[in-house]
Design a protein around this ligand. Structure first.
Ligand code: TXE
Length: 524
């Protein structure tokens, strides 16, 4: 049962455009440099790359593209700053105070930064303001955590006291994507600096400017020069140069699974640690006892927010066969009502996808699914809007009835496309949900509390929501299983990811001993 004939296959028509209510648009400078040692720098002879607005295709600015040599110099500088102890050995009260000041300054600048993100990513302004409004919490949380975190005293054998402290790692290389440029950068920067590390961060070449602005804001708030360096450039050159630099002690990437493998191999050659938050294909399990109306709202939010360009987006909807037809009717009707338009308009509900390449990859996957027999409930094609958005990369909110043997069931689309399959019973729902190379997140919609926990227990993923989706908090571990990556962001896990233990063993017995003269001297 791929589709329901009565729903038809025509796409939602007339993307509504309401440009008149646009908010003011942020002004970009012509060219941005890298941010190294507390200032913006333009290395002589460096190339630049262009950043464009995906809603209109218009050029926004140029950004310096660093080569291997400049990246290497920045890694050395970050290492020197780390060794100086100015931040790495500073009092935790000082670090917590700087974290809190960053949070305050960030809160005061949310609107500007959000508009910058809207222009770079095409995401709707309502979304970006809601998302960025929470960023200060990451600095506050990790400032509080470092201030209150205590070491341990293991029960060491014999006349010894063993105390264990967590100490920073050194220079950490952060590689961040374009879909949530600031949120993902902040999720990594906050625990890394709270624990005393130095950072070299390569933002996505598609949306680097807000991250450069954040680095300058952190300096103004009191973060010493050289602790947070932002190195724009291309993944295979600047990104790879960070991963393979021998000063780097940890790489933390959010990106695609192939990038995760490349990054892990390069870091592994230097025995550096790796955290990777990669792709996903999150299932949403809709049981027959769920509040179906709310599940439809939740599934639409899960799938179409950020034009589906999030790693935990609701990519596969599994619906009990008794509710499949009703659910698909309601979800289709909802998707057709989503307002596409000017991302700066407060009433726009969905913007474009990030680039021409991305849109053709999405279209390719959908076209191949159609050829394999997918039923198009709605969408399945580019969305065409009036000028100036006719040059933007809009794609219709798309719902496909599919079969689990199809390519689109397994491949991450990273766009506003959800695939649907009915299930007969709980066992089949669990089997289908876990039938994926990815294991980032899952959502379970049911009112049966026993079923909710029983099914959550069987999900081979890192994050499960029950009767909700997309919820995130600085305290809550975030990361996946299988091809979705290794390690966890957020919470105590992140504090541990960005530190290592130092174990100090103190002899408390004041007596002479000599292994070579005393046959009964203690060995261990
Ligand atoms: O990510 P990339 P892209 C997934 C999603 C998407 C796909 C590609 O499926 O369609 O990845 O997106 C840097 N060495 N996600 O192309 O290329 C790169 O410059 C070192 C999931 O944007 O993985 C950028 O800074 N660095 C995701 C960062 O890695 C390299 C978010 C991510 O880029 C590199 C985004 C290399 N060889 C995409 N190649 C999520 N989990 O939310 C690239 N980079």
């Amino acid at each position: 049962m791929l589709g329901l004939r009565s729903l038809g296959t025509q796409s939602r028509r007339g993307a509504q455009l309401v440009g008149a209510r646009s908010l003011s648009k942020v002004v970009f400078r012509d060219t941005y440099g890298a941010y190294i040692n507390g200032k913006e720098v333009f290395p002589t002879g460096a190339d630049t790359f262009d950043v464009e607005n995906p809603a209109t295709g218009e050029h926004l600015c140029k950004v310096t593209s660093l080569d291997k040599k400049t990246v290497g110099d920045a890694c050395e500088l970050a290492h020197d700053v780390y060794q100086s102890g100015i931040w790495s050995r500073s009092d935790v009260r000082h670090r917590a105070a700087v974290m809190n000041k960053i949070a305050i300054d960030l809160r005061a600048n949310i609107n500007n930064l959000a508009e910058m993100e809207v222009a770079q990513t095409g995401r709707a302004v309502r979304e970006m303001k809601a998302q960025l409004g929470r960023l200060p919490e990451w600095f506050e949380y990790f400032g509080a955590l470092i201030r209150t975190h205590e070491g341990t005293v293991p029960p060491f054998f014999g006349p010894y006291i063993n105390y264990v402290k967590r100490v920073p790692l050194g220079v950490c290389g952060l590689l961040t994507p374009w879909n949530h440029p600031l949120l993902i950068a902040v999720k990594k920067i906050a625990p890394a600096i709270a624990t005393g590390n130095s950072i070299v961060l390569k933002p996505s070449e598609l949306a680097p400017v807000s991250v450069l602005e954040l680095a300058a804001l952190c300096s103004r708030a009191g973060l010493p020069n050289g602790v947070l360096n932002v190195l724009p450039g291309m993944g295979p050159s600047a990104g790879q140069a960070i991963c393979s630099h021998d000063r780097i002690r940890k790489i933390d990437l959010t990106g695609g699974t192939p990038t995760g493998r490349a990054v892990g191999a390069a870091a592994g050659a230097n025995l550096a640690g790796v955290i990777t938050e990669l792709g996903g294909k999150a299932p949403m399990l809709i049981f027959e006892d769920a509040d179906i109306e709310q599940a439809v709202n939740g599934a639409a939010f899960a799938t179409f927010v950020a034009s589906g360009q999030t790693c935990i987006m609701g990519a596969r909807v599994l619906v009990h066969e008794s509710k499949y037809e009703f659910f698909m009717h309601a979800l289709t009707a909802k998707a057709r009502r989503i307002r596409l338009g000017d991302p700066f308009d407060v009433t726009t509900q969905m913007g474009p996808v990030i680039s021409a390449n991305s849109r053709s990859r999405i279209a390719g996957l959908v076209e191949r699914a159609k050829k394999e027999g997918a039923h198009v409930f709605t969408g399945g094609c580019n969305a065409y809007l009036p000028a100036p958005f006719d040059k933007g990369y809009y794609y219709e909110p798309t719902i496909l009835g599919v079969h689990p043997a199809m390519e689109i069931w397994r491949e991450e689309v990273f766009g506003p496309v959800v695939v649907a399959v009915p299930f007969k019973d709980e066992a089949e729902a669990v089997r289908l949900a876990n039938d994926s190379p990815f294991g980032l997140a899952a959502a379970i919609w049911t009112k049966d509390v026993m079923r909710a926990h029983r099914v959550a227990e069987q999900m081979d993923v890192g994050i499960v929501w029950i009767n909700d989706h997309h919820r995130n908090d600085p305290s809550s571990p975030w990361g996946g299983t299988k091809d979705s990556g290794v390690g966890r962001e957020n919470g105590l896990n992140a504090l541990h990811e960005y530190t290592q233990t130092r174990s100090v063993v103190v002899r408390t017995e004041d007596s002479k001993w000599d292994w070579f003269e005393q046959p009964n001297a203690r060995y261990s």
